[in-house]
Ligand binder design. Sequence first.
Ligand SMILES: [Zn+2]
Length: 254
Amino acid sequence: MYIDTHAHLYLEDFNEDIETVVENAKHAGIQQILLPNISASYIEPMNRLQKAYPELFRTMIGLHPGSVREDFETELDVVYKELQSGSYIAVGEIGTDLYWDVTYKDQQMIAFERQLNWAREFNLPVVIHARNSMGLTIETVFKQQNGFMSGVFHCFSGTLEEAEQIIGMGFYLGIGGVCTYKNSGLNEVLLQIGLEHLVLETDSPYLPPVPYRGKRNESSYMVKVAEHIAAIKGVSLQDVAEKTTENAKKLFKI
Ligand SMILES: [Zn+2]
């Protein structure tokens, strides 16, 4: 049994066939799917999906760095209000993204730091997005780590050194389809880092593993990620499933 710790199955991409996607996930042995939020406009569809399959889905709340604009203070007010409802298992996804656009870099940092503070205030783990900004993101978390903060660097694709910094802070690495891509550089990281530091994810509908590249990603494809990790590390698929599921349960208290 697996836990997909990161999937956006509430997006329009799944409007036509979410029932099939859910069935496929169950058949593949995915017992829980964790839904990170993006911005206020996605709260309603995310929570609606969770209510339709309450045993399968758990939800998070947070403002994604790619959605930080002039109105970010209004967006953050919504996040804080939702956090007070107590129905979310994590603050996510939050972080920095300097890949597409650096216009709102300062605002991204304000939003990231404030949401890290709220995670500590509400005693919740954080789900972190870092793109073209791994060093900055690690440094920001490091400064706020008071010994009680936990979380995951989702869709990790950094170096072994960065992986070691992250696990040194007590955080997990979220491993998804990228590890199956040639030249991802992740095999070295997977060889050196123990299973006790990894959780699995898809980031559906994005970043599908081989052999599904170019298609829409879905939770059932996560088995390909687990198979790749098992092959690289020379361990059984069952070991990968059991250990990463245990890690996810511990991190998200589910
Ligand atoms: Zn995501």
